[in-house]
Design a protein. Structure first.
Length: 368
């Protein structure tokens, strides 16, 4: 859940109005690194580990109709339309990834349910790839989306799918909680959360490596609205926190920085067989390369240099990019490599996100 409308702003702790339901993120186990991976390197990997590679087309499917899932998961037409509109608002910022709605859940990366009993939640970024079962949700909406509060909820959950965490858990926010008051409030109706869920979604501070910047944005679509008596510091929010609604300026800046769109400064270079090209990007950045093979055969595509990278191979089709292979070498002493049979005359793209490099100027990619 992101935030309330003005009409609902009294529906929080300490109010006589009905309490709000909030986004309840699935609890995930933090990634563990080999002791040989130093702190600077692991921090860099965590900072970009959940972000997608530019050029990705995220396929989503809303459960409906004859899908073989519980009836409660299936969405109403009005809610499904709000989901479409929320995806469009993120995409219309001019980002370097796209979205496509598919009819079959088995073809989609993001599978969306509408179970009122399940609350609202989404897996974060590339964590969605760990949920392989086509009849297992990666996102759920637990209340109507055709209200100001619901529309912000849709933007919020899609923000998670893009790699954004809860803003109030930003370690730079300086929030000190009245922990007992927080637990009493969220253990009560309508959320009825257990202690683990409260700690994970409210009280836990996200690692500095995983947040979008060094400043807290209380107006982010990823921020909860809180009533009086929950926040001790900053003092300005002891009486409650009420974000403005919609995507904030910082939300827009983060998404464009993380997924820069096409433009004069983002020309896609072409790879030639046997010729390496420098990545020429900083940690956390992505670069995309074109490749059109002249012969049908098995090709090797690999990175070079002491670097941690995520490399994804897409086939470029009229309907959008389709991921056909990928390799993530982060935290290991090897380079990302893909071996695949490619078809003469077809167009492919290689997207690479650099997590960390000992010498960024010495990292490169080559196809042979």
């Amino acid at each position: 859940m992101a935030k309330t409308s003005k009409a609902a702003s009294s529906s929080v702790a300490g109010s006589e109005a009905p309490a709000l339901r909030y986004c309840s993120q699935p609890i995930q186990h933090p990634r563990q690194f080999d002791p040989a991976v130093d702190a600077l390197r692991s921090r860099a990997i965590l900072a970009g580990g959940k972000k997608w590679v530019n050029g990705t087309q995220l396929a989503f499917c809303c459960y409906k109709g004859n899908d073989a899932v519980p009836a409660s998961w299936k969405g109403k037409a009005s809610d499904i339309e709000e989901v479409r509109q929320a995806f469009r608002k993120w995409f219309d910022l001019g980002i370097g990834i796209s979205f496509k709605e598919l009819a079959r859940p088995e073809d989609a990366t993001i599978r969306i349910g509408f179970d009122p009993a399940g609350g609202s939640w989404s897996y974060v970024g590339r964590d969605n790839l760990n949920i392989r079962d086509p009849f297992q949700r990666t996102m759920n909406f637990g209340w109507a989306l055709d209200t100001p509060y619901g529309r912000d909820t849709a933007l919020h959950e899609i923000g998670h799918a893009l790699g954004l965490e809860h803003e109030h858990q930003n370690p730079f926010a300086g929030i000190a909680w009245d922990s007992d008051a927080v637990r009493r409030y969220f253990q009560g109706p309508p959320n009825n959360w257990d202690t683990q869920t409260i700690d994970w979604n409210i009280l836990r501070k996200i690692s500095p490596a995983e947040v979008k910047g060094t400043n807290w944005d209380p107006n982010s679509v990823m921020e909860y609205a809180f009533g009086p008596g929950l926040i001790v510091e900053p003092a300005a929010y002891r009486a409650g926190l009420q974000p403005r609604g919609g995507l904030s300026a910082a939300d827009k800046a983060w998404i464009v920085e993380s997924y820069p769109g096409a433009g004069p400064a983002n020309v896609v270079p072409t790879l030639e067989v046997g010729l390496s090209q420098k990545l020429a990007i900083k940690a956390g950045e992505t670069r995309v390369f074109d490749f059109t093979p002249r012969r049908t055969r098995t090709y090797s595509i690999a990175t070079f240099g002491s670097a941690d990278t995520l490399m994804v191979l897409f086939e470029v089709r009229t309907a959008g990019n389709v991921q056909i292979a990928g390799d993530d070498d982060s935290g290991t002493d090897r380079n990302a490599k893909i071996d695949m049979r490619l078809i003469s005359g077809r167009r492919y793209q290689i997207g690479i996100r650099l997590y960390y490099a000992q010498m960024a100027a010495e990292t490169a990619v080559m196809v042979w």
